[in-house]
Ligand binder design. Structure first.
Ligand code: NCD
Length: 322
């Protein structure tokens, strides 16, 4: 693996390798000294063109725990806001000796362009590009599901994926790179996926997707027991243009698609509640659901560091072994 751009097309073997490596990384994080010398001398640049808190600090923590040097490059207040192109930014990072660039960008395809533009020699990790992909989020979600719902101690020694698991992804699928990356990875790992959204918040051309579609959360819960329900943030900042209205009112959205205590009680026996954050409490998820013992939302954040450590390790340290 040279880059981590998406989960579409990722083999099951590679996905399981990342998850298994993440389990090893997570185990090192219980030790008194959590820092590993693995990436000493390597430079990781966090290149963020879009606001982010948890993903950026998660990548930063991951790189630092592997002893890499970290440079945070936020496009706001930088020469990018003066009109510098992605190409010129990349050439600058190359000149600074970046071994890996973690990029978040509002344009779908930006990570691919950075990886294949010929401007950088290092690895590119996609930390979210437009509405396209967010592979480390999907991997940390899979890691969390495997830990809670699969019959292993989380190390997956038998190479197990998520076979037979039933996952519902609920809400603003249209704008969600998290939903896309999860759909690809979950199906590769053997889970079945139900997308639950109003027709206005589903992308066109979905017929080829290997998913079941429901237009109400109750319908999805009626159809089959759900092992993991993944609530998506309603991305109001992407709902611009033409005064478009994607649902009648927030109250109506909550009524059809919100997760509350009653709906949560209808999950499968050990069913878990997930959300990539940041949450709109009271809109897509109630406080009762977000804070319940079934909620693994805070744990997803912790698992994100282990998954990003594994990804950086496999891209940067792995190249020397092969
Ligand atoms: C997601 C993102 O930015 O794509 N959040 C995240 O990475 N923590 C989802 C979202 O913003 O709704």
């Amino acid at each position: 693996m040279k880059h981590l751009l998406g989960t579409k097309g990722m083999t099951r073997e590679d996905a399981v390798l990342i998850l298994d490596t993440a389990a090893q990384m997570a185990a090192t994080q219980d030790r008194e000294i959590r820092k590993l010398p693995t990436l000493r001398g390597k430079t990781v640049v966090n290149l963020f063109f879009e606001d982010s808190t948890r993903t950026r600090i998660s990548f930063e923590a991951a790189a630092k725990r592997l002893s890499a040097d970290v440079i945070n490059f936020s496009a706001k207040g930088s020469s990018v806001s003066k009109g510098e192109s992605l190409k010129d930014t990349a050439l600058t990072l190359q000149a600074m000796g970046a071994d890996a660039v973690v990029v978040r960008h509002w344009a779908s395809g930006a990570a691919y362009q950075l990886a294949h533009g010929g401007w950088l020699h290092g690895s590119v990790l996609n930390a979210g590009d437009g509405t396209h992909e967010h592979p480390t989020q999907a991997l940390l979600d899979a890691f969390t599901m495997r830990k809670h719902l699969m019959n292993t101690d989380g190390t997956g020694v038998d190479g197990k994926g998520l076979d037979g698991l039933r996952v519902a992804i609920v809400g603003d699928v249209l704008h969600s790179r998290v939903a896309r990356s999860n759909m690809h990875l979950l199906t590769t790992l053997g889970a079945s996926v139900a997308l639950v959204a109003p027709p206005t918040l589903l992308p066109v051309g979905m017929d080829s997707w290997p998913v079941d579609v429901f237009h109400g959360l109750d319908d999805a819960l009626d159809a089959q027991p759900i092992d993991a329900v993944m609530m998506l943030r309603v991305q109001r900042e992407r709902m611009t243009g033409g005064g478009a209205s994607f649902f009648p009112s927030p109250a109506e959205y909550t009524r059809m698609f919100g997760l509350d205590g009653q709906r949560m009680a209808r999950l499968a026996d050990n069913g878990i509640v997930m959300h990539p954050g940041p949450m709109n409490r009271g809109l897509e998820i109630s406080a009762e659901a977000a804070d319940s013992p079934r909620s693994v939302i805070v744990e997803q954040v912790a698992n994100g560091v282990a998954v990003r450590m594994a990804s950086l390790y496999l891209l940067l340290a792995g190249e020397e072994q092969s």
